[in-house]
Design a protein around this ligand. Structure first.
Ligand code: HMG
Length: 386
């Protein structure tokens, strides 16, 4: 039985800031941000959006009546969740109206959370072939105004339905994974912003990729020629290419050309959204699948997931017949086109305008947010969703 991604949807908040303008304001050469880092626009979440609403809005785009009746497991991958106890999955389950006989959990391992979710979903479907599993990767990435990490912030969510006989991508039973306790990036529970050892995090990312790729090759006798494309977790779009270049010499000229061309296509969406942590790898996959015109059923895609701290995984998946029809490229293009640019000052104000943490009540202006699902306000430490 094939198991994999049957549906995939994406949602980004409706504000973005232009990276050249951010660079100018920070007194940095814009080419550092657009070429050195490889980012053009950064999605900015208004106060009416959090990891829960972003995930619910992403899922709304793909869920139908059959899903609502058949989903029996909701896995919410996030590292910017809203509660230390209750899972974001329970809120999304309610906001979407999924049938009640379902398990709902939140998973955390930095940007690796959604990949862990997909692999667990695969096991669940293998035991329960009729089941459909909703896997969410949703985050708002915050390093702080004026920090080195600021240029790698972002916000957005990917929602995927994992099922038997998937229409988009079948997950192969080929995977290599690795864990090591490293302090490259972390966010203590008392902090709204992440701490990072930037250069070290880049080194760890590359070293994890090389390690799992080497292991994958040995385990499965694989070569670069087996892969039509490789998608990467993209904290910023220059990161994946640095890792890919470490292994490109192993391939032929044709392998290099093909993998580099597909890499470029796999970065288009990420360049205009930024780091969405758990969803970043799947946003890159979406970019590749929706924007490439030369992929076909049977092509094998490699996926590299990295979550600081750290866990890395390289796994393989195969494109299915008719996968293009199961995607929503036009809808995503429309969503990007309808976003509104904010000035750097407006972005800073939005960044600093956070929900109360002292139990006081607040009502928010949801009319200012075009999203279907928003935070309407707060009451006695509870978020009220609309
Ligand atoms: P930085 O110190 O601001 O930048 O930090 P830099 O000085 O290293 O420059 C960046 C690149 O721009 C360099 O290119 C420069 O040469 C180039 P490279 O040598 O890397 O190829 N550059 C220019 N290019 C063109 N024109 C110019 C110019 N000037 C310089 N004028 C850093 C950059 C990414 C470290 C920082 O933004 C940061 O700390 N970001 C957050 C951490 C991060 O994203 N790490 C990635 C790996 S870890 C990961 O992926 C996990 C994560 O997603 C979290 C999770 O798992 O939950 C982060």
């Amino acid at each position: 039985m094939k198991i994999g991604i049957d549906k995939i949807g994406f949602y980004a908040p409706h504000f973005f800031v232009d990276m050249e303008k951010l660079a100018e304001t920070r007194g940095v050469d814009p080419a550092k941000y657009t070429i050195g880092i490889g980012q053009e626009k950064m999605a900015v979440a208004p106060i009416t959006q959090d990891a829960v609403t972003l995930a619910a809005n992403a899922a709304l785009r793909i869920i139908d009546e059959e899903d609502l009746a058949k989903i029996d497991l909701v896995i919410f991958g996030t590292e910017s969740g809203i509660d230390n106890s209750k899972s974001g999955a329970v809120y999304v389950h309610d906001l979407l109206g999924i049938q009640e006989h379902a398990r709902c959990i939140e998973l955390k391992q930095a940007c690796y959370g959604a990949t862990a979710g997909i692999q667990l979903a695969k096991g669940h479907v293998a035991l329960n072939p009729e089941s459909r599993v909703l896997v969410l990767g949703s985050d708002i990435s915050r390093y702080g105004i004026g920090t080195a990490g600021e240029v790698t912030q972002g916000a957005g969510a990917v929602a995927m339905v994992i099922s038997a006989e998937p229409r988009i991508l079948a997950l192969e039973n080929e995977s290599s994974y690795l864990t090591a306790d490293v302090m490259d990036f972390w966010r203590p529970i008392y902090s709204e912003t992440a701490f990072v050892d930037g250069k070290y995090s880049n080194e760890q990312y590359i070293s994890f990729f090389v390690n799992v790729w080497e292991d994958f090759k040995v385990k499965y006798g694989a070569t670069l020629a087996d892969f039509e494309a490789i998608c990467f977790h993209l904290p910023y779009t220059k990161m994946g290419i640095k890792a890919l270049r470490e292994v490109l010499d192993e391939g032929s000229e044709a392998d290099r050309e093909r993998l580099l061309a597909h890499y470029q296509t796999s970065t288009v969406y990420n360049k205009i959204v930024g780091n969405i942590y758990t969803g970043s790898l799947y946003l890159s996959l979406l970019s590749l699948l929706e924007l490439s015109d030369d992929l076909k059923a049977g092509d094998k895609i490699g996926l590299f997931s990295y979550g600081s701290g750290a866990v890395g995984e390289f796994f393989a998946a195969t494109l299915q017949d008719g996968f293009k029809e199961a995607l929503a490229a036009a809808e995503h293009g429309k969503m990007f086109a309808e976003r509104k640019e904010v000035t750097v000052k407006e972005y800073e104000d939005i960044f600093s305008h956070v929900l109360p943490v002292d139990g006081s009540s607040i009502e928010l202006d949801v009319d200012a947010d075009p999203a279907t699902i928003c935070i309407e306000g707060m009451d006695y430490n509870k978020r009220i969703y609309l």
